[in-house]
Design a protein around this ligand. Structure first.
Ligand SMILES: O=C(O)CCC(=O)C(=O)O
Length: 264
């Protein structure tokens, strides 16, 4: 279990609030990662559902192989996702007492995997704004050549900019939006296993292609503040309403058994 808490510096909270993203180095130790990595990778491999060769996939499909809710598939993955340390960081960044799980996902950018287009996660989530944060943690070293994610600083306060689903079109629309609004783009560059970035639901983000011969395994956990209300879904949010909220309905609070309390 990764349950001992860390003292999160006030500067991280201030940065997350102001920029909509932050990076916490060494959130998990190399030893912890070498314990969890094999089970996460095995479980993600077993849960792979897209078996098309990379050249037959669209831009979204080329960006990464995605497997959700590893916590329901494997007890070791469950203790990683349910880490009180991670959930405490999420609650502190959001400035709330308690957080729940929205869902987790493994994101494997394959060797020669494509770029991750600019997008906003909350396009897919029928949840109140300002109540979610994603932890993105590499399981191996991310070299400068592969790189970590890029974020548009301050974009979390702009709400939905209607760029649509993650695609070449969202990338183009958001690139134009960035140019027009002249907001800065930032990245945290190379990362060690156990470092993690955190970004808010509306923060604009993207990642580069993987032009190396090594895969880039990443585990993400999406946290939602306890007491968050489910919104009437847009057509792009119907899927998430049905799949990730345990059958709950708009107007209700997120609190189904699919969304367990992770902290405290
Ligand atoms: O790992 C990537 O390339 C993108 C991940 C992402 O968009 C996210 O975690 O919200």
């Amino acid at each position: 279990m990764i349950d001992e808490l860390i003292d999160l510096p006030a500067s991280s909270v201030e940065e997350f609030d102001r920029k909509g993203h932050t990076c916490i180095r060494g959130l998990a130790t190399p030893e912890e990662l070498s314990f969890f990595r094999p089970e996460i990778e095995k479980t993600a491999h077993g849960g792979r559902y897209d078996h098309r060769p990379i050249e037959d996939r669209d831009t979204y499909g080329k960006a990464f192989l995605q497997v959700h809710n590893l916590w329901q598939r494997n007890s070791t993955c469950k203790s990683f996702v349910f880490s009180k340390r991670f959930a405490h960081v999420a609650a502190t960044l959001l400035g709330v007492e308690s957080v729940r799980l929205y869902h987790d996902q493994s994101l494997l950018k394959e060797p020669n995997g494509g770029y991750t287009p600019w997008h906003q996660d909350q396009t897919y989530w029928p949840l109140e704004s300002g109540k979610t944060v994603t932890m993105w943690m590499p399981l191996t070293e991310i070299s400068a050549e592969v790189g970590s994610m890029y974020f548009v600083t301050g974009s979390h306060k702009m709400g939905n900019i209607d760029a649509g689903v993650i695609s070449d079109e969202s990338h183009q629309k958001i690139s134009q939006w960035i140019e027009k609004n002249s907001l800065p783009e930032e990245t945290y560059g190379p990362m060690q296993p156990g470092d993690a970035t955190f970004h808010a639901g509306w923060t604009l983000h993207r990642a580069g292609a993987n032009l190396t011969s090594e895969a880039r395994p990443v585990m993400t956990v999406i946290f939602v503040a306890d007491g968050t209300r489910i919104l009437e879904p847009t057509p792009l949010q119907d899927f998430d309403l049905k799949v990730w909220l345990g059958g709950q309905l708009p107007g209700e609070m997120v609190d189904s058994p699919m969304n367990p309390l992770l902290y405290p």
